[in-house]
Write a protein that binds this ligand. Structure first.
Ligand SMILES: Cc1ncc(C[n+]2csc(CCOP(=O)(O)OP(=O)(O)O)c2C)c(N)n1
Ligand SMILES: [Mg+2]
Length: 336
């Protein structure tokens, strides 16, 4: 296991602070009607950013669910650019350049998990050195796709890291109603693969666990299930009101273990972080986001573009629908 250096942790913290700051701005933009429904990242920053930093963006893949992108800057500036485009409602936001090894968001729960196994198996067959990390929530872990994917990956010894992000909630369903199991990582036993639970608010612990799982996968040792325990500190999405179901005392306790503040305190004690550094990161993150939003809003699109890339050639029904969209929906680059 390679414990990350404090310098490495500092680059992770920069990504975490940027993500938290940009999430706040995006929430406001959604309330202003400038972007669509959004899933806040608050509380997940250490898990996502540290997992990304344990990977090599030139060889490994990160397949996200829908909460991750703001913390995936390690994979390149294109990830944020596309995420903004996606949220503004532009179809190009669903496609990253081929050189960027991050898959588009998955709203259909757990569908990214079998994709990850297929991708990893393909890479192995082609003798490529990389691994695939796939991230999914505690709620998604109940989907059949996860079982099928982990089972097949175990048999094939596919180079996959299953990152199960246990934030205690699936919208309003608490973990206690999601599973009777004591731990989600325990499921690994049933697939003949290693499973580990780590504190997902501890960036160093997440980095360690993913780094170890990655090394195992690269050396032919097959997949690992890494469960990270965190707490969803904000609403499920901009369409949710968590005050109706999240016990306030649980939220208050979770806020005392805020992953951003925890890593900031560690690095401040090491002399690598202070209020001024934070203010600079926040200002740069907002400046970048605002420029990307302006640029995305200036892009024009025609409404039928949402149908591009489904099939190489439109089916007859799609061709009719495309025509209908062009005749009835207004063109423009504004919010969806
Ligand atoms: C197949 C499928 N079923 C249901 C939904 C509706 N849905 C959207 S998010 C969500 C909760 C997912 O919870 P979890 O996997 O724990 O992720 P989290 O939102 O907590 O990050 C549900 C049920 C969906 N998008 N796809
Ligand atoms: Mg969840």
């Amino acid at each position: 296991m390679a414990r990350p250096t404090d310098d490495r942790l500092r680059t992770i913290l920069v990504d975490m602070v940027a993500a938290r700051t940009q999430a706040g701005r995006l929430w406001n933009l959604q309330r202003q009607g400038r972007i669509g429904t959004l899933a806040p990242i608050d509380g997940h920053e250490a898990t996502f950013a540290a997992a990304a930093h344990a990977l090599d963006p030139t060889e490994d893949w990160f397949l996200p669910q829908y909460r991750e992108p703001l913390a995936l800057q390690h994979f390149g500036p294109e990830v944020l650019e596309q995420y903004v485009l996606y949220n503004v409602g532009h179809p190009d936001g669903s496609r990253l350049p081929e050189s960027v090894r991050v898959a588009p968001l998955q709203i259909s729960l757990a569908t990214q998990v079998p994709h990850a196994v297929g991708l990893a198996w393909g890479m192995r067959l082609r003798d490529e050195p990389g691994v695939v990390l796939v991230s999914f929530g505690d709620g998604s872990s109940s989907e059949g796709d996860v079982h099928e994917a982990m089972n097949l990956a175990g048999v094939l010894r596919a180079p996959v890291v299953f990152l199960c992000v246990n934030n205690q909630w699936a919208i309003s369903t608490p973990l206690s109603l999601q599973t009777a199991a004591a731990s989600l990582a325990d499921r690994a036993v049933g697939y003949g693969i290693p499973g580990v639970t780590v504190d997902g608010n501890d960036a160093a612990a997440v980095f360690d666990a993913v780094d170890e799982a990655r090394a195992r996968a690269r050396s032919g040792g097959g997949p690992t299930l890494v469960e990270t325990t965190v707490y969803r500190l904000a609403a499920h999405t901009t369409a949710d009101d968590p005050t109706r179901y999240v016990p306030p005392e649980d939220l208050e306790a979770a806020r005392r273990d805020d992953p951003v503040e925890r890593l900031a305190a560690h690095l401040q004690a090491a002399g690598l972080w202070n209020d001024e550094a934070r203010a600079t990161v926040e200002a740069e993150a907002l400046d970048l986001l605002d420029r990307l939003v302006d640029r995305a809003e200036a892009r024009t699109t025609t409404p039928d573009e949402v149908m591009d890339h489904c099939f190489v050639v439109d089916t007859q029904r799609m061709a009719r629908q495309r025509q209908e969209l062009l005749e009835t929906a207004p063109a423009g680059g504004g919010p969806p």
